[in-house]
Design a protein around this ligand. Sequence first.
Ligand SMILES: Nc1ncnc2c1ncn2[C@@H]1O[C@H](COP(=O)(O)OP(=O)(O)OP(=O)(O)O)[C@@H](O)[C@H]1O
Ligand SMILES: [Mg+2]
Length: 402
Amino acid sequence: MTDDEGRSTMGEPHERRPEDPEDPTELVAELRQELEDTNRGLIALHTELEAAQRAAARLAAIVTSSDDAILSVDPAPAHRVQTWNPGAVRLFGHEEPEIVGKPVDTLLSDAALDAFRAALAEIRAHGHAEPHQTRWRRVDGSVVDVAVTVSAMRDADGTLIGFSTVARDITQQLAAQAELAAARTEREVQGDRDRIARDMHDLVIQRLFAGALTLQSTLGRVGDRPRVAERVQRVVDDLDDTIRVIRSTIYALREPRQDERGGGGLRSRLVVATDRAAEILSFTPALRMTGLLDTEVPAAHAEHLLAVLGEALSNAAKHAGATAVDVSVEVTTTVSANGSDKVLRLRVSDNGRGIDPAVTRRSGLANLRSRAEELGGTFVLTSNHPAGAVLDWSIPLPREGG
Ligand SMILES: Nc1ncnc2c1ncn2[C@@H]1O[C@H](COP(=O)(O)OP(=O)(O)OP(=O)(O)O)[C@@H](O)[C@H]1O
Ligand SMILES: [Mg+2]
């Protein structure tokens, strides 16, 4: 160790008197120690600050880039809006400077306000509130279905400084649930109709038929009483007519309903198409459907899709020798600055023998390509892993109003 003038301070023959404030060597050492401690403290503080700043920046980036509306309100009874992220601008249409400082009920209908207050009361009582589903108001007066999560914001001392609120647009989710429920009802109704048709065929027609046969067999025994014979014959004819009427009713019951053949009900038509393919494949393909197929696919596009699916399944049955086929149909939406783009995509993959490179395209695949190109879409048939083929057909869907 050296002192300030570079002389060695080790083993100096002077007496150490730490309590003597006048001893300059001691003073310098103490000062140096103090400086070192302060320096270490500063470095630690700086590191901590940097970490806190990084965390804050990360948090800010999440809030800024989130698709959800994220806002905070102050704890006073009016609950004025304190912060407002770009997701909230997109969802509710209010620009940040316009809404900050306004009471939160600007955004809430009466029912939504009750639900929001209930969440705040819940948080004050138990520190936590479950998310709730409600409708908030946009700047243009329209309403939007949202799932709302509210949490308390507290400062370092634990004092309540506001409530952070995340509102997620659940319009698509609710519509998909409604579609699913409708498709389920549709299947149940179709199931009932099938059961009634089967019972009429197996029970009613067979009994009428047996009755008519029995009557006919008695005709020989009343040959000597022509008026009786004539009346029995009339009943037999009536029974025959009745059987014909019932047969046509059964036929009508088994026919898909008008609306299933039209634009709506794409989901149920896809289910029917894949179920039917079991006849040619000897197993039922797996079917996965994603997105608002019933409401966002126009009738003409749905017809193309079903035709392509039919050819894909027929190829899988004729050429692939597959033991499994997966069908996936999805409508995806990408939102960009100039509106939202929707794409309808069909993928049919099998685990069969795959595509022989020597084979050339015939009319089936050529049709699939021209159907895709006609609609501005794409079509590819590639190898599946580890075996088989994948058909990928996708088309853009027209924009609303365009
Ligand atoms: N899933 C598949 N697995 C293996 N090979 C396939 C598959 N799909 C198509 N191929 C091959 O591609 C060829 C062309 O198919 P494409 O549908 O154009 O004609 P096709 O089915 O033979 O006749 P069609 O005109 O009746 O459709 C087929 O003959 C077959 O060899
Ligand atoms: Mg074919």
